[in-house]
Design a protein around this ligand. Structure first.
Ligand SMILES: C[S@@+](CC[C@H](N)C(=O)[O-])C[C@H]1O[C@@H](n2cnc3c(N)ncnc32)[C@H](O)[C@@H]1O
Length: 254
């Protein structure tokens, strides 16, 4: 596992104790972000976010009724098994729900992503799903986290899963640290400070290659982010859909 260097003045030592959220905030965030079990089938109250067309129930998605398409992922080999087992141990702290994790893996692998970027590592749950796809494509993940304690935990989880060799955790304020990125990006996953999404989009979109993807979590009805939704739905160079109840996927057109 490599820990990336940050811009001068923004570095925060990994030894600093985790700040953490209050218990109630944690519990609410956890309920919102990680319904935790594969069996739980629940859609958030309210309709789709502004800017997204209404969508009917979808087979195989939560809220679309039970279906064998809701079954958990099957490991194809020992390496996948190790990563999937680690996701089950990690799934507890403000993480995306498993179906969004699977979307991350599927899209990463489907577009043959070599260079993935994540804003908001937390303890590495969504990063593990990205890493599942990147193992297959021979790609790498650079993931940004402001909280040193969570970043350290994520590093340990990536090590446990055997994917530490393809993940770099960058500790610091991602609004500053993403400026160190220079290479073309195949896929970006934004899941950090919600009001910061438009800024992340503005900074990273120029690096996203044509045909690349920008995924954003929690821009929907429960956590409306009208500024971000506006930015990704009014730019003719972009095509955006709400892929699951919480995951907006934007294609940078070729
Ligand atoms: C919802 S959690 C991410 C969950 C993670 N993507 C997962 O599913 O496992 C949001 C994370 O973003 C981090 N964060 C918030 N503001 C940030 C910033 N300015 N720069 C980097 N990370 C930030 C928080 O510390 C928190 O760990």
């Amino acid at each position: 596992m490599k820990t990336g260097k940050m811009a001068a003045g923004t570095a925060i030592a990994l030894m600093v104790a985790v700040t953490g959220l209050g218990a109630q905030e944690q519990s609410t965030a956890q309920q919102e972000q990680n319904p935790a079990s594969w069996q739980v089938s629940q859609r958030p109250p309210g309709g789709p976010p502004r800017g997204f067309p209404p969508m009917g129930p979808r087979r195989g998605m939560r809220g679309g009724g039970s279906s064998s398409l809701d079954n958990p992922p099957l490991a194809n080999n020992d390496a996948e098994k190790r990563i999937l087992e680690t996701t089950e141990q990690v799934a507890r702290f403000m993480n995306v729900p498993p179906e969004d994790g699977r979307v991350l893996r599927l899209l990463t692998e489907a577009i043959g992503a070599k260079n993935a970027v994540e804003i908001g590592t937390s303890t590495g749950y969504s990063g593990l799903w990205l890493a599942l796809g990147l193992r297959a494509t021979g790609g790498k993940l650079t993931t940004f986290e402001i909280d040193p304690g969570r970043a350290a935990e994520a590093q340990e989880n990536f090590r446990k899963a055997g994917v530490d060799g393809l993940v770099t955790v960058v500790v610091g304020d991602a609004h500053e640290t993403v400026k160190t990125l220079k290479e073309p990006i195949d896929i970006v996953f934004i899941d950090a400070d919600k009001e910061g999404y438009p800024d992340y989009l503005e900074k990273l979109l120029p690096l996203v290659r044509p045909g690349g993807l920008i995924l954003a979590h929690n821009v929907g009805s429960r956590n409306e982010n009208p500024e971000y939704v506006e930015a990704v739905t009014t730019n003719p160079k972009l095509e955006t859909i709400l892929m699951t109840s919480q995951m907006a996927v934007t294609l940078k057109k070729r």
